[in-house]
Structures are given as structure tokens and as C-alpha cells.
Design a protein around this ligand. Structure first.
Ligand SMILES: Cc1cc2nc3c(=O)[nH]c(=O)nc-3n(C[C@H](O)[C@H](O)[C@H](O)COP(=O)(O)OP(=O)(O)OC[C@H]3O[C@@H](n4cnc5c(N)ncnc54)[C@H](O)[C@@H]3O)c2cc1C
Length: 500
């Protein structure tokens, strides 16, 4: 049986080949795209080449220089920067929007890394582009980057298009073809069926270190002291909010000074386990007394205005109990159902009792559960808590950050003194195991506690930016990705240079 698409090319061919080829013994069986002289546009053409995978002949959709797996904040930055440096680049994303948790996970705004001069060029450009679409990301007080998810998704598409990145949407990386220390192809599930993406260098920006794990890289998950991952959250948006009335109640009547900025940049919060003693704690505690809320629902509630979406707030709750692990597919799925119930109950409580929410409603649910932490690779350098407290500097640093150790669930919350920061070395993005792999985003080589600081979006973006630059540099100079010395890349080509 073979299926042929409109162009006459074989696409999904679910024929049995007598189990000739097993998962481990895949053989390329088709003509590959030529190579160096291909332009981006040529690379974008579907290949007529095929290969055998698990006994099936599958198309090789692309044969490129760099394949980025995962189109979150780090993966998108990696793909754009790799393409801009001249590498033919494919970006694989399982949803239909780029931005990861920052877009499909309803997570905004970007937190402030709290490190002086931490913005790398790509981050600065993102902010400029937001402004060009009428979204002013700076509130005039804090350094948070307020944005709008739909605008951000549009900007990501635009930047990929301009730089020649080929995006594969609704495509999931399911396996890799790895021989010795090299990945030669990612096996993906596309809308049309299984396919292969061949590349010289791979960037794992899945957030879950998925490509790394299936390719044999060592990894960790959760907190070594408790075995727990950070709690999952099911974020959502509420529309129909009277923001003026809410502001009046929280800031003027309750005298809450947590949110330093004024409307339209407005945030409400409470977290009972923190020592902050937010003014809305009593409001949520009353819900427990009346039986309208459970204690776990009342524990944490936070919402941010969304710039460009009047009367809409991004809800950073419910926080789902840690017994639902972000690394267990069954518990993860149960967390969705459990979280959706919590979401509805909490939203109804706000609608019934919080001034300004009288006409509010759930206007959007995240299309991706909020995993703060899941799997992390063990790379050439393993960042730990001491690097945070010692404010470590590295000659091969790719960025700096100072976001506090924000380990939900473990009640660990520490801050560096003002102006302090630590750096993230390129070596925490690479491994000894796979020579042509770079890892970007929240799953780099870091301990549970350190990851609780480096996981914010601006830092993940800067890491992705560096991963893209390094991937293209390595290919141009014939240096394996895991042998690149970031400090030797000419300063004019780097996104960050350590101040030492
Ligand atoms: C509840 C919550 C609140 C947060 N609050 C903030 C905040 O206020 N501000 C802030 O700056 N940060 C916040 N963060 C942290 C931040 O959003 C994440 O750490 C950051 O988005 C990580 O970026 P990433 O690129 O590593 O991964 P992700 O954002 O997780 O993106 C990974 C991408 O890869 C895709 N993907 C995964 N697996 C595959 C696969 N097999 N095939 C194809 N595609 C795949 C996913 O669809 C996704 O698009 C929060 C996180 C959570 C969970």
C-alpha cells in the first residue's frame, strides 16, 4: 500500500518490509538533497528522498545544516540566529505557534533577569518589534517585558520568514537516528505521517530534553532531595474584567503595594507559603472558610494584565499539587483534568467576589500545560546553586542572569544582592555524548535549584540565541558543536561576552 500526494511524491508509505529494518538499524534509501550550494529556498522544497525507518519507507522532508527541535522562546531564538548566520535551518514545533510556554502556555510577561545589561541583541530586537506593533513592553518602573501572545507569535513567524527558517508546524519529534556520537536524523510525526529531517547539527529546545534523552544523553529530573518536579500550572486568560475597579479595590482599598506599575501594567498576586503577606491572602482564605475554595486552590493566585488586550488578564494559576509529576505521562494527563477543575472553581470564586471580575469569564486556556521543570541534561558543565551564590563567571559565558531561585513546591526562594548576577557557560549546553548536539532553554545542564533561577524566558531566549550562533559557526569552521570554544568565536559574531 502506498499513498501518493498531489505532486506525485510518495508521502506516507505504511508497507511492511518484512521487518528488515528495525529501529536500531535504519538505512538511508534515497537520494539526498545536494548540499552546500543549496539556497534556503531550495532547501525548503520537499525532498523526493526517502529512508527506511522501523520497516517503513518514509520521506526525508529536509536535509539541512541545522535542525532545531522545539519552537519555544529558546528554540525560536536558536533557529532565527542560526539562519541569519547562513545555516539552512529547520524548526520543528508540535503546536501551530512559536513561543512555547510564552505563547501557547499563556505565560507572560517575561520576567526581569535582574542582572545589569543582561539583554542580548535578539532580546532587544524582540522588544523593538513589539513596539512596532503597538505593544510597549516597558512599564516605566519594572524591567518586566509585558507583551501580547498573539503579537509575539506573529513576530516569531515574521522573524523566521525573514531569516529563511523553514518551520514545520504540528510536527512532533518522536525519535532520532543516532550512530556513535552523532545524530543524523530526527524522526518526526507530521500531519501527513512519519518523516525524517536530516541535519548536520541539532539543537534540542524541547524544554523536556526530549531529543537528548532519546539520543542517549544523561539526564536528571526533579529535586534530588524530594524526587518532586516543580509543580505544573494550567494557565489561562480571563476577559471582561473592569481593570479600573480591580485597581481601585486592590491598590486603593486594600493598599497593596506589590505591583509597582500603574494601569494598564497591572498585576495582582498572593502566595500563602511565601513571607510576602500579600493583601489578597485574606480574600482567598475566606474562600476556604466558606468551602468555595480548597486550600490547594487558595495557596497561590497571580494574574497579569495583557497589553493590547483590554480587560484581559493572564492567570498564573491554578498551581497543581506536586503529586502530578511533569515527567509521568499518566500523571501529567490527570493533571490536565484536575487543573481544569481547579481553574473553573477559582475563576468562579473571583467572578463571585473580586471587585472588577463581576462580568469576567475564561476567555482562553493554555494549549500546553505549564511545566516549570521536567528533565535536564547532564552536560560538560553542570551549573549548581554555588554558581548562583558565588556569582560565577565563565570565559565561555553565553549570557547572564540573576532571577531569584524560584523553586515552587519546595518553598526555596533566594535572591542575589542588587547588581549581582551569574553567567551561563556554553559548556552547559553541550555534552560529551553527542558531538553535533546543542541544548537550549530550560533543560540545559543545571541542578534543580539552579534551574529554578535560569528558567525565565529572557534567559532561555539568550541561551537559544547563542545556540543558533554557535551551530552556524561550528559548521562554517568545521568544528563539532560540542568542541566549540564560545570565547574563540569573534566578538562581533557573538551575542555575549563575559565581563569576567
Ligand atoms: C506556570 C509557569 C509560569 C511561568 N512564569 C514565567 C514568567 O512569568 N515569566 C517568565 O519569563 N518565565 C516564566 N516561566 C518560565 C518560562 O516560561 C519557561 O521556562 C520558558 O518558556 C522555557 O523556554 P524553552 O524554550 O526552554 O521551552 P518551552 O517554553 O517549554 O518550549 C518548548 C517548545 O518545544 C515544543 N516541543 C516540545 N517537545 C516537542 C517535540 N517532541 N516535538 C516538537 N516540539 C516539541 C513545545 O510545543 C514548545 O513550543 C513560567 C513557567 C511556567 C510553567
Amino acid at each position: 500500500m502506498s499513498n501518493v500526494n498531489e505532486t506525485g511524491r510518495f508521502f506516507s508509505i505504511p508497507i511492511s518490509r518484512r521487518d528488515l529494518f528495525k529501529l536500531a538499524g535504519v538505512t538511508a534509501a534515497g537520494m539526498l538533497l545536494s548540499g552546500a550550494e543549496d539556497t534556503h529556498a531550495e532547501a525548503a522544497k520537499k525532498s523526493a528522498a526517502t529512508m527506511i525507518y522501523a520497516g517503513k519507507e518514509i520521506p526525508i522532508l529536509y536535509d539541512v545544516d541545522v535542525c532545531v527541535c522545539g519552537g519555544g522562546p529558546s528554540g525560536t531564538a536558536a533557529a532565527v540566529n542560526s539562519a541569519r548566520k547562513g545555516a539552512k535551518t529547520v524548526l520543528i514545533e508540535r503546536s501551530i505557534a512559536l513561543g512555547g510556554l510564552g505563547v501557547i502556555g499563556c505565560v507572560y510577561p517575561f520576567m526581569d533577569p535582574h542582572a545589569p545589561n543582561s539583554d542580548t541583541p535578539y532580546l532587544t530586537e524582540l522588544k523593538t518589534r513589539l513596539r512596532s506593533y503597538g505593544i510597549e513592553p516597558f512599564d516605566g518602573v519594572t524591567q518586566q517585558t509585558w507583551h501580547n501572545p498573539e503579537t509575539l507569535a506573529f513576530i516569531h513567524d515574521e522573524m523566521c520568514e525573514e531569516s529563511g527558517v523553514n518551520i514545520l508546524y504540528e510536527t512532533v519529534v518522536v525519535d532520532s537516528i543516532t550512530k556513535k556520537d552523532k545524530i543524523s536524523a530526527a524522526i518526526v510525526q507530521t500531519i501527513a505521517g512519519l518523516a525524517a529531517i536530516k541535519a548536520k547539527t541539532f539543537i534540542d529546545a524541547t524544554g523536556d530534553a526530549y531529543l537528548s534523552r532519546i539520543s542517549g544523553v544523561d539526564y536528571e529530573r526533579g529535586y534530588e532531595k524530594t524526587g518532586n518536579n516543580q509543580p505544573l500550572s494550567f494557565r489561562f486568560e480571563m476577559g471582561g474584567i473592569d481593570m479600573e475597579k480591580l485597581y481601585q479595590y486592590v491598590v486603593v482599598e486594600l493598599k497593596e503595594d506589590w505591583c509597582k506599575s500603574d494601569l494598564p501594567y497591572f498585576e495582582i498576586a498572593e502566595a500563602m507559603h511565601r513571607k510576602q503577606r500579600y493583601k489578597l491572602e485574606e480574600f482567598m482564605a475566606r474562600g476556604v472558610e466558606t468551602g468555595e475554595l480548597t486550600q490547594e486552590e487558595a495557596e497561590y493566585m497571580q494574574a497579569y494584565a495583557i497589553i493590547g488586550k483590554s480587560g484581559v488578564m493572564s492567570c498564573n494559576f491554578p498551581e497543581i499539587p506536586v503529586k502530578f509529576k511533569s515527567t509521568d505521562p499518566i500523571e501529567y494527563s490527570k493533571a490536565v483534568t484536575y487543573g481544569r477543575k481547579m481553574m473553573r472553581n477559582m475563576a468562579n470564586y473571583l467572578i463571585r467576589h473580586l471587585p472588577g471580575f463581576e462580568k469576567a469569564y475564561i476567555s482562553r486556556e493554555a494549549a500546553m500545560l505549564g511545566a516549570r521543570e521536567s528533565w535536564r541534561i547532564k552536560g560538560k558543565y553542570y551549573l549548581v546553586e554555588d554558581d548562583y551564590h558565588n556569582q560565577s563567571r565563565f570565559v565561555d559565558a553565553v549570557c547572564r542572569t540573576a532571577w531569584f531561585i524560584d523553586a515552587h513546591g519546595e518553598k526555596v526562594s533566594e535572591k542575589l544582592p542588587k547588581g549581582g548576577y551569574y553567567e551561563i557557560p556554553y559548556r552547559s549546553l553541550i555534552t560529551d555524548k553527542i558531538s553535533n548536539l546543542i541544548v537550549a532553554g530550560r533543560c540545559i545542564s543545571a541542578s534543580f535549584i539552579l534551574q529554578a533561577s535560569m528558567r525565565i524566558q529572557p534567559t532561555c531566549i539568550s541561551i537559544g540565541e547563542a545556540a543558533g550562533i554557535a551551530a552556524a559557526y561550528g559548521l562554517k569552521n568545521n568544528i563539532a558543536a560540542n568542541q566549540i570554544d564560545w570565547a574563540k568565536i569573534p566578538a562581533s559574531q557573538r551575542s555575549y561576552t563575559s565581563a569576567g
